[in-house]
Design a protein around this ligand. Structure first.
Ligand code: PEP
Length: 258
């Protein structure tokens, strides 16, 4: 049986898109459409809309998450948002180390680790994003980059906390480009990541952790990607902004559990 009973996880990263009105309409459509809870579903709206959107999603199976967080509880960190502020707004999940934070904003592995630990400490489902650039891929460094980002991202994270962690493998060259890793290439990367978790923690931890794929996942390719034994769901950017597409991807996740 594929996926060793891991519950699929599908996240929708809205990035810096929507407005107050469109965001509420989008979350309503998703919350109404997800149906049963055979898939864990989360959406990641912009910070400023989180409180309203989380209120709108209350009572549904949908988790509302943040695209980033800061690692200190409070203080002189102009422009930043703490995990306490997130939980205060009924946020249940956070992304850390998204490639746009790493490569556009310039976040280091050390900062990603601090944010990952803060997310876990706050009880948030913490989605640690990793993945190689095109240059790194062409240089044959995919597995080495993933290993570095995972070892540093999870530094000082104990096995007992891994239940709150989801790893998102997102090849940078596939994000927002319309290019998708082949299911076989993605599966290879996921299997290597799972073997690394076994090495760092235990085989039990490796069997349990969800490793999801991100990079131009859409209704037309979600099934074949998620059918791979080590691909436990998806992190979706562009297609998460259209309820029908996002719901179809969730359905592809649900089909893996049938
Ligand atoms: C993402 O932002 O994590 C992502 C995978 O984006 P897209 O689906 O648009 O490639």
């Amino acid at each position: 049986m594929p996926h060793i009973n891991r519950k699929p996880f599908v996240g929708g990263n809205w990035k810096m898109n929507t407005n107050a009105t469109d965001g509420l309409a989008l979350v309503e459509a998703v919350a109404d459409g997800i149906g049963n809870d055979s898939v864990d579903v989360a959406v990641y709206p912009p910070f400023v809309y989180l409180r309203d959107i989380a209120s709108k999603a209350q009572g549904s199976n949908l988790v509302v998450g943040a695209q980033d967080c800061w690692y200190e509880a409070k203080g002189a960190f102009t422009g930043e948002v703490s995990t306490e502020m997130l939980t205060d707004c009924r946020v249940g999940s956070v992304l850390t180390g998204h490639s746009e934070r790493r490569h556009v904003i310039g976040e280091s592995d050390e900062l990603v680790n601090l944010k990952t630990k803060a997310g876990i400490a706050a009880g948030l489902v913490t989605v640690l994003c990793v993945g190689e650039t095109l240059d790194q891929r062409e240089a044959g460094q995919t597995d080495a980059v993933n290993e570095t980002q995972i070892r540093s991202g999870l530094a000082d994270v104990g096995e007992g906390s891994l239940g709150l962690v989801v790893i998102a493998y997102e090849p940078v060259w596939a994000i927002g480009t319309g290019k998708t890793a082949t299911p076989e290439d993605a599966q290879n990367a996921h299997a290597t990541i799972r073997a690394l978790i076994a090495l760092m923690y235990s085989q039990q931890a490796a069997n349990a952790i969800r490793i999801i794929y991100g990079g131009s996942m859409k209704p037309g390719n979600a099934n074949e990607l998620m059918a791979m034994p080590d691909i436990d769901g998806g992190l979706i950017g562009g297609a998460a902004l259209t309820p029908g597409d996002f719901l179809a991807i969730i359905q592809a996740g649900a089909a893996q559990t049938a």
